[in-house]
Design a protein around this ligand. Sequence first.
Ligand code: ATP
Length: 334
Amino acid sequence: SSQEEAIKQKDVLATEVSSLRGELQQVRDERDRQLYQVQTLSYELEKVKESRKHFSTELDSLTLKANDMEEKCSLKDNQIKALEEQLATAEKKLQVSNISAYETRTEYKGQQKFVNELQRRLADAEYILIEEERLRKKLHNTILELKGNIRVFCRVRPLLADESCSTEGKIFSHPTSMETSGRAIDLAQNGQKHSFTFDKVFTPEASQEEVFVEISQLVQSALDVCIFAYGQTGSGKTYTMMGRPGHLEEKGLIPRSLEQIFQTKQSQQPQGWKYEMIRDLISTTTRMENGTPGKQYTIKHDANGNTQVFDLTVVDVHSAKEVAFLLNQPANSR
Ligand SMILES: Nc1ncnc2c1ncn2[C@@H]1O[C@H](COP(=O)(O)OP(=O)(O)OP(=O)(O)O)[C@@H](O)[C@H]1O
């Protein structure tokens, strides 16, 4: 029985051993599986570590980028704020400008009305002025006609430096009677007295200006005027007509008349008058548009016997408002 028991025990033990072997095998298998898993996990861990490294680098760079972006964003924010402020100011200004533009427009309309009214009044005034000017011209010419179309003036020049005073005393005197005052001259020759009367007598003291004032009225009627200087040689014709070259104060009737004509041309321009002055330096003959010779006024002849001509020639009267003169001043000798 002990043998049986031993056999039984042996069987139990054998079963136990085989079960333990099975368990051992299972544990071994489990261990192998676990080992494999550990290997796989450590491989994965390695991979994870690697990718973590990579991600951390990327994270660093992204963090840097994010910081940079944040900085830029805050900068942009500031800029946006500043721009918003500017926009607000600009909007305010725009509002003010809109108001002032409206006011300006209203004011402009008012001004335009006023200008239109002034232009209308100006046109009226210009019309009246032109009419008045026409009347003035007519009256002026009538007065000149009444004074006489031909007037004779006498000018006595002073003694020149190389001329001596007559031993017999003065050879001329001016009568002082009321009706001949300023118009008469008495000459004494061989004890005889000769009296002459003119429209005006200029004494030796008379300046170029005084002589010009007397004829200046005629220049207004320049279309019909002829100024003629007559007298013996050395009596002062050239001086009276041309003046002394280089001495402005002593310029004669011709330069003064031309100045007056040009001044009138200027001053009458605003009233619609148009004068055309032609200075022809080549032409020696002057003709009206219809072919007839124009009026010619010989002004000067010099001491050498050569004649210099200064022509004031009426070429044409185009219309009441357009008058053309030909001012021909050849320095050539004839
Ligand atoms: N009123 C005056 N005041 C001062 N000097 C004068 C006056 N008139 C003439 N003279 C002088 O007398 C001189 C002779 O005058 P001017 O040459 O004008 O005479 P003229 O009549 O033209 O003579 P001619 O017929 O010989 O050319 C000139 O020296 C001129 O400057």
